[in-house]
Every structure is written in structure tokens, then in C-alpha cells.
Design a protein around this ligand. Structure first.
Ligand SMILES: Nc1ncnc2c1ncn2[C@@H]1O[C@H](COP(=O)(O)OP(=O)(O)OP(=O)(O)O)[C@@H](O)[C@H]1O
Ligand SMILES: [Mg+2]
Length: 249
């Protein structure tokens, strides 16, 4: 099997050399666990270390966060972009109505960009922001408004995206937010983890960070929870060290 090295120090040695080529990997975790940095570093390292073109797609309200991260870690996006090796693409999703009308075009735009660049890596940050657009607003018996996730619609959307990227043999990362206190939760809507080929969960147990490979199809990956650090160089995983499952919240 062909492997795609992530370029994230310490990670490839616990996954037999990287992600299976053409796979879709979910990176999930609570707020501030490092999902965006992880996804951005995967695209950046692909371009800077392996000469593999990649696209980082952000569905966050603002792309400021991405620019902060690039500056913060000294990742020279301008030059990689000029060489056609890296692209940041922002999809704005202001309202569910607008989203419903434009989503198919947005997917076509992403796929066209991937083809034109010859991208081998794609990161989508985040599936949570996307899925929220498919949630339905209902009113409970006391008149309070609630958002109910339409899991079938989320599932279909993720599957479609994943399949279209797979057809092009692109290896992609989707990020997904989880609740803080549930270490066994792997996604926002409870369906994402079953569609993808791999699941990586990030944890933040102050002051420590950790990473756990929950699944990776076709891979004899580590079954331990590994310490992870974020520094001025980005994310680093410590493959020889372990954090006990019991220590996670
Ligand atoms: N240079 C740095 N050195 C150490 N830690 C850093 C550095 N830059 C960022 N961080 C840490 O990374 C965290 C942000 O990571 P990131 O934005 O990837 O999280 P996230 O999981 O995407 O969060 P969200 O759920 O809000 O999208 C910051 O809260 C900070 O703790
Ligand atoms: Mg984020």
C-alpha cells in the first residue's frame, strides 16, 4: 500500500509511515485541541517537504485564524502559493438557506481547483461548521429554539465529498469538533467516524496535550495515547511516550 507521510514529526512512525494514499482521515477533538493547526501543518508539510500540492479549505467565518497560524509558525505561504503548491480557500457559509443553494457549486469549485493544481492533499476545516448548516431549527414544548442535527444529511454530504476526493486519489483530512468531557466521542454528529478511513483524536488535559489513533483502515497503528506538543514549530507527536487512557477526561 502506498503511504502519504504527514510530515508532522513523530506521527508517521505510529501509522506505518503515514496515511494510506487516497484515504479520508477525521481529526477530531474539543475546542483548542489543535485541529486547525494539525490540518494546516499537513498541507504545509506536503508542499514544503514533499513537493505535493495541497488545498486547505476553511469554512470558519474568518480566515484570520489561518493567517495567524501561518505567521505564528513562520510557514511561508506566499512562496508556496506562487509555486502552485499550496492554496487556502475560504468558503463562506452565512446562512442555511444560502448554503443549500450554493453547496453543490462550492463542491464543484473545490474539485476543479484540486484538478487544476494537481492537488494530492486536501484539508477541510471543519465538518462541524458545514454540518451545522444542515441542522434544523425546532421549537420545544416550552417555546425554546433548538437545533437538531440532520445526521442523514450530514452523512450524505461527508460521503459525497470523501468519494469525490477519493476518485482523484487525494488523501484528505476532515476536522470535527467534540464535546470537552467525552474522551470516547469522535465527532460532532456521531456519524463522521464511520464513513472515514481513519480517526485521530486530539486531547487537551491542561497542561498536557495528547493524540490517539482510534482507527486507520489497512494500518497496524499504535494503540497507545501519545503526548503531543504545540510549539513555535507546530505540532509534534512523541511516539515513544504514553499517556494512560485513565488520565484522559
Ligand atoms: N506557537 C504556539 N506555541 C504553543 N501553543 C500554541 C502556539 N500557537 C497556538 N498554540 C495553541 O494552539 C491552540 C489553537 O489550536 P487550533 O486553533 O488548531 O485548535 P482547534 O482545535 O482548531 O480549535 P477550535 O475548536 O477553536 O477550532 C491555541 O489555543 C494554543 O493553545
Ligand atoms: Mg479550529
Amino acid at each position: 500500500m502506498q503511504r502519504v507521510p504527514t510530515g508532522i514529526p513523530g506521527l508517521d512512525s505510529i501509522t506505518q509511515g503515514g496515511f494510506p494514499k487516497g484515504s479520508t482521515i477525521l481529526v477530531s477533538g474539543g475546542a483548542g485541541t489543535g485541529k486547525t493547526i494539525f490540518a494546516l501543518q499537513y498541507i504545509y508539510a506536503g508542499a514544503a517537504l514533499y513537493n505535493e500540492p495541497g488545498v486547505f479549505v476553511t469554512f470558519e467565518e474568518s480566515s484570520k485564524n489561518i493567517l495567524w497560524n501561518l505567521q505564528n509558525f513562520g510557514w511561508d505561504y506566499a512562496s508556496l502559493n506562487k509555486q502552485g503548491l499550496m492554496k487556502i480557500y475560504r468558503v463562506s457559509i452565512e446562512s442555511p438557506e444560502k448554503f443549500a443553494n450554493t453547496w453543490n457549486d462550492q463542491v464543484d469549485n473545490i474539485i476543479t481547483m484540486v484538478k487544476e493544481m494537481g492537488a494530492q492533499r486536501v484539508a477541510l476545516d471543519s465538518i462541524t461548521a458545514l454540518g451545522m448548516m444542515l441542522a434544523e431549527r425546532v421549537t420545544d414544548k416550552d417555546g425554546a429554539e433548538l437545533w437538531i442535527g440532520n445526521t442523514l444529511a450530514v452523512r450524505t454530504m461527508i460521503k459525497t465529498l470523501s468519494d469525490r476526493l477519493k476518485e482523484l486519489d487525494v488523501t484528505s483530512i476532515f476536522t470535527s469538533g467534540t464535546k470537552e468531557d467525552k474522551k470516547t466521542e469522535f465527532s460532532s454528529f456521531g456519524v463522521e467516524e464511520f464513513i472515514v478511513d481513519g480517526v485521530i483524536r486530539l486531547y487537551y488535559i491542561p497542561p498536557r496535550r495528547a493524540l490517539f489513533v482510534r482507527k486507520m483502515r489497512g494500518t497496524n497503528h499504535s494503540h497507545r495515547v501519545h503526548p503531543m506538543t504545540i510549539s513555535e514549530k507546530g505540532i509534534e507527536v512523541h511516539p515513544n511516550d504514553e499517556i494512560l487512557w485513565e488520565a484522559l477526561k
